[in-house]
Design a protein around this ligand. Sequence first.
Ligand SMILES: [Zn+2]
Length: 105
Amino acid sequence: MSKSNLGIIVTSSVVGLIPAILMMFIAWSHNSQDEIHRNGVVDWAYLLTIGNSWFAPVFLIVAAIMLSLRAYSNRDIRCQNCAGKMKPENGKMWRCEECGNVVHK
Ligand SMILES: [Zn+2]
């Protein structure tokens, strides 16, 4: 696994855990009809389902946005003169690998 894929997974997980933990905390505090815990017995399946119902969609949406941004920044730019591949140069311009044509970003 590449370093940037790991970064997307870690970032999406951290962002997903925020609402998951918050909603699990609210469910634990509210505990209506003792559904989450009663006399020291915890319904982990219910509690973790509440957490995962926030973690999973937030993780997927954040990962999808980050993958889209990476794909966009790595998009294939072609030269207008010769259709050669344009390479980024010092962050401000693209230079054609074939003919040396320069385009400013
Ligand atoms: Zn060119």
